[in-house]
Design a protein around this ligand. Sequence first.
Ligand code: NCD
Ligand code: ZN
Length: 347
Amino acid sequence: MQTTIMLTRPDDWHLHLRDGKQMRNVLPDTARQFSRAIIMPNLRPPIVTVEMAAAYRARILAALPVSLQGQFEPLMTLYLTDDTPPAEIKRAKESGIVHAVKLYPAGATTHSDAGVTDIARCFSALDRMEQLGIPLLVHGEVTDSMVDVFDREKVFIERVLQPLTQRFPGLRIVFEHITTRDAVEFVRAASENIAATVTVHHLLLNRNALFSGGIRPHHYCLPVLKRETHRQALIESATSGHSRFFLGTDSAPHPVSGKESACGCAGIYTAHAAIELYAEVFEQAGALDKLEAFASFHGADFYHLPRNIDRITLVKESWSVPERLTFGDEFLIPLRAGERVCWKKLT
Ligand code: NCD
Ligand code: ZN
């Protein structure tokens, strides 16, 4: 039995850090493990300009504890709106700090009310992104209330993503936090310009986890967990060695009061144990030899960034996840709270 894993330091290609005191609480969890992370722009107000992204980046760097300073690089993104001017895309390219633009269909998820109401409104911005080689990151769900919530990703592929790839064949797109066999098949069949991130919670859990013994708000995220056959497809894709599937935690912290509510927020916090939990998934799939490429190579290659050089070590050592973690003036409940994780990253 393998008891040690050594791998090139990984990156997280999809992360929610929030801001202020809350950010100061969660940031060290990510920076301890990952060298870089793509920072989601869905703050209130959203990060819609390069100037806002630069200010947010400076706040992130200032929030790093002394021991992690110089060891973590936030890769910033812009929040695409109906009115994003192509000139802002050009500024993003020139900035060197903005690495992608995020598409949230309006109303699809947490803080998406400023998102895109009709993709056609963004064609001039997308055109510029295609020219300049800036990736589009996609929250791939339709918001049509007539579409069943479990089918929203599949319908998004048909209605939005497939046509988009035809209209902008040179646009690089990351289909974020994929949850279905349909998404896996779409990415496999698509061109080299289309990739996907896979979260650890979608690899670990199927939709039964939402209802085991009662309703489980801490397992609620968007896109919502799907049935087992989809989880199996995600495991196959992540552990296959295919270069267009890579790690993106979508770790999305919310205070307990926001989750344990009559109308609870979407988002699962996994940053406290991310690489260890991915290791568990890959071990169970008999594919530990594929973890490094998924976690440390494929994303950097797709973003045209250098691969990291330093290495981390995980050991087979069971540890107990805290029941709760401090989050601003409140607490958050991490995935596996009060339960055990079987791999541990050495500090
Ligand atoms: C994210 C959040 O809380 O910001 N929530 C989630 O369930 N994943 C938003 C998102 O990525 O959809
Ligand atoms: Zn997200």
